[in-house]
Design a protein around this ligand. Sequence first.
Ligand code: K2U
Ligand code: NI
Length: 197
Amino acid sequence: MITMKDIIREGHPTLETKAKPVEFPLNDETKATLKAMREFLINSQNPETREKYELREGVGLAAPQINIQKRMLAIHTYDEKYETFHDYLMVNPKIISHSSMETYMPGGEGCLSIDRVVEGLVPRYKKVTVKTHLYDVKTDTLKETTLRLRNFPAIVFQHELDHLDGILFPSKIKESLPEAQPIEFKNIENESEEENL
Ligand code: K2U
Ligand code: NI
């Protein structure tokens, strides 16, 4: 299983290297890696396993972060409204179109490969259309798909896609983003009545 010791940190050359396209058909090693990447995110989001294995919570993970220079990434997260769950193992993903409108996380971004707080806003496209092969662990099938992502899932995807291109979020921080719309997270703890109307 993947734990934090398998995740390489800022300064490791692989994090600044463009990853290589994955060849088809997927071999067993690649399939096992994809499965392990998804398991890591699941373990990191479960309080018991997160504590037991001393994991940092993650909603996305890119293969270069475990020192594998392949263009593949995992996303495992709800959207910002907690309405739709996004559970993807993407192979050779690419953005084929995007909105001009940008968005950002008002609290800034973090990274499992960066062990420090880096303040600042990271501009991301608010909507992206992604062409990718998706690997389904349950059925062991690979399917070419076009996905449309927006808001938080779109931010996660763009953060992970940057890892495939050797880009870390601090290099994208802007002092101000006057034209962009910040992501508003639904805070389910104190959801007020009127929000249900
Ligand atoms: O690539 C990674 O290091 C995983 C990041 C992905 C991420 C960074 C910034 C914004 C969205 C996603 C980790 O998931 S950072 C931890 C985290 C956990 C929950 C929500 C947001 C970020
Ligand atoms: Ni990251």
